[in-house]
Structures are given as C-alpha cells and as structure tokens.
Design a binder for this molecule. Structure first.
Ligand code: TUI
Length: 309
C-alpha cells in the first residue's frame, strides 16, 4: 500500500506509532520501525540529554526511519529541538502546541516536520509555515486532546490542505485504517494499540487495564482549566473530576497528576496513576509483537479496500 506518506517517510506500511510520553521509548520505537511502520520516540517531559540517548539507542537497533515527537509544553523544548537536528533525526512530530518557531531550523536541516493538529485552522497554519504533513488527531485519542472527532476532523483537514494528512484518534485496527483512507488520510497514527505491544516496556498492570477496557471506560480530566487529557477511569480520575466539579484551583488538581503517568507506566500503579489511553482501548484485545499487529492491520485493511466480486 503506497501513499504520499509512505513515500515521503520511506516506510513500508502507512502505520505510524504515536509518540507517547514514557511509553514510546527505544524498544517500542525500534520494533515498530523494524516491522515496516514508523516508530516515534515520545520526548514527553524528558530532558534533552535523555532524548539524545533514546535516539542513539534506536539507531543502534534499526537502520529504518524513525521519528521524535516534541511535546511543546516540555520546559526543555528548545534544547530537544536542537538535539533533533544534531542527531540527524529525519522525522519530527509535535504535540500540545504550535511548533512554528522551530520550523525554519528543522526545514533547513532537512527534517520532515509533521505537526499534530486538532483543528482545520491549525492545519492550515502549519501548511503555510512549511510543514510537510499533518497528523489530524480527533478527540477519541488518549492524552492531551482537542474537541473535534476523527470522523469530522480528518475530511475537513484533508479538504483544507494539500500536504498529506495522517489520521489519529480512535484507530486500532484494519477497519480504522481503511476508514481513515476513505476520509482522505494517507496513513494512520496509533497509540493505544501499541501500549500493549510485546516490545512495549509498559507495566503489565497498565497493559491489562487497556486490554480489559470497554468503549466507555475512558474519562477526560482537565476540561475546567483548558488542558483536557483522556485516560482510563480510576480512583485518581474520579477524585480529579470531583474536585473539578467543586471548583478546585489548578494547583490543587495538578498535585493529583504530578508524576502520575510515570507511576502507571513504570510502577504499574493503576489506582493513583494516569492510564492514558484512547476510546479505542475497547478494540485492543491482546498483547502481540509490533510485527504481528502491523501484519494483522494491513491484512484486514487490504481485504476491506480490495474491490469485491
Ligand atoms: O500532544 C498530544 N497528546 C499528548 S501530549 C501529552 S503530555 C501531557 N501530559 C499531561 C498533561 C498534558 C499533556 C499527553 N498526550 N497530542 C497531540 C495534540 N496536540 N492533540 C491536540 C494538540 C494540539 C492542541 C492545541 C495542537 C495544537 C494546539 O494548538 C494550540 C496553539 O498553541 O494554538
């Protein structure tokens, strides 16, 4: 399956792994790239030197293309943007903000820049600024989210820009990939399904929660202060939402989530930790290698897209 995205990135399949903080480290990233997709290191809130180490470890494990996601709220964002250039990273995605100030520098260094956007306006702005593609991410996604659904956002972004569009949010299988292509996307980005990959270092407890989740088991916190985050419902989110309803100040709410993603991913604390996952967690059934996942997704999508007799 060849699209402008597979050609631009030099990958075999139009499947990109989301740059999830803590989750998308070198084991997962190299496994996805090795399997013919695009693995992306999630810089999240990490330091620039940590990200440099991750980039070097991926390079030791695969010759294939991979990327780095720069989370723009990271206090070391400037330094990480520089590390991306210094280490010769070929593809960068960004999240949770406007990467405009880094675009000239990245483009000059020959980096392919693909910002994650949650609106048509932002997609247009990124195209004008010189981005070579956009990930249009619907509110079904895990983590930091926008307001529009994938079903409505992807075709509107595809109509608005001429650079290739990658669909994200709510996609976990070949049906999602086929549907995304029908909506005008030329690849998909998936996060939640890759959380449970065999090569993912995410704690077993977290993986079990994703596999056991139903369609309505995620909850959005942070709506009250304009930074909505989707994750699986647990004791922490119940407390958070209760405090939000009582009008608690941001500083008090923040105490509940400080270090909570690490707690979930590394320590397996599924009670007080943040279990970031999208609405498609209900579609995620089992742990598999990245290669098995991508093969299954491609076979299902190709069957759906082939002309029927
Ligand atoms: O970035 C993500 N997902 C993330 S980042 C993250 S780390 C985090 N942890 C705790 C609290 C908050 C963040 C976890 N998940 N997805 C990409 C994405 N970007 N979704 C939505 C956006 C976005 C939002 C606003 C992109 C641009 C934007 O524009 C704002 C502006 O500056 O105009």
């Amino acid at each position: 399956m060849t699209t402008r995205v597979t050609e631009m990135l030099g990958i075999q399949y139009p499947v990109i792994q989301g740059g999830m903080a803590w989750v998308a480290e070198y084991h997962l990233v190299s496994a996805v790239s090795q399997a013919g997709g695009l693995g992306i290191i999630g810089a999240g809130g990490a330091s620039a030197e940590f990200v440099r180490g991750q980039i070097r470890k991926v390079k030791e494990r695969t010759e294939k293309p991979f990327g780095v996601n720069l989370m723009l709220m990271n206090p070391e964002a400037d330094a990480i943007a520089q590390v991306i250039v210094e280490e010769g990273v070929k593809v960068v995605t960004t999240g949770a903000g406007n990467p405009g100030r880094y675009l000239p520098m990245w483009r000059e260094a020959g980096v392919t820049v693909i910002p994650v956007v949650a609106s048509v306006a932002m997609a247009r702005m990124m195209e004008r600024a010189g981005a070579q593609g956009v990930v249009a991410e619907g509110t079904e996604s895990g983590g930091h989210i926008g307001a529009a659904s994938t079903m409505t956002l992807v075709p509107q972004v595809a109509d608005a820009v001429s650079i290739p569009v990658i669909a994200a949010g709510g996609i976990a299988d070949g049906r999602g990939l086929a549907a995304a292509l029908m909506l005008g996307a030329e690849a998909v980005q998936m996060g939640t399904r890759f959380i449970v990959a065999r090569e993912s270092v995410v704690h077993e407890n977290y993986k079990k929660k994703v596999i056991g989740a139903r369609d309505i088991d995620s909850e959005v916190t942070g709506m009250s202060h304009g930074h909505p985050v989707r994750q699986l419902r647990n004791k922490m989110t119940r407390e958070y939402v209760k405090l939000e309803k009582e009008g608690a100040p941001f500083e008090e709410l923040e105490q509940l989530t400080l270090g909570a993603l690490r707690k979930a991913v590394v320590e397996g604390d599924v009670v007080n930790g943040t279990l970031m996952a999208g609405q498609c967690a209900g579609l995620v059934q089992k742990e598999q290698t990245c290669e098995e996942m991508i093969r299954e997704i491609m076979e299902q999508a190709e069957k759906l897209l082939s002309p029927r007799s």
